[in-house]
Unconditional design. Sequence first.
Length: 155
Amino acid sequence: GSWSHEVAVNVAAGRLFKAAMLDWHNLGPKIVPDFISSGSVVSGDGAVGAIREIKINNPAIPFSYVKERLDFVDHDKFEAKQTLVEGGGLGKMFESATTHFKFEPSSNGGCIVKVTATYKILPGLPDESAKAKEGITNLMKAAEAYLLANPTAYA
């Protein structure tokens, strides 16, 4: 299956891309500690092929961590694609899952975050895409609030 979702954010695309995509393993635990306990780059230097781990500490989430591999990144177009390689329900909820993020500048100086997820759910399990979309919105809005309160961060 797949789904697409858009979130309008009042922060420039480049800043949000750096904060919410490239440096999320560092920023996430600072701004949403009730959701993300820690994050780290497991291998690589942030380029294609790099793997990062995000540890989740929210009892509403049915897994404790995700490991994501960066498959594609375009720093000029503010675009990235990542694949779930471990955790995150892989093997329990999903056979596979990839997520494509594109941060498109909007006319008001902010941006539209366009997210497309492609996944294969294990047989007999419900599609939780509504929860996933809500989670993406909440995390992008948390990053927006942080960046608006800290105008020099990720500038």
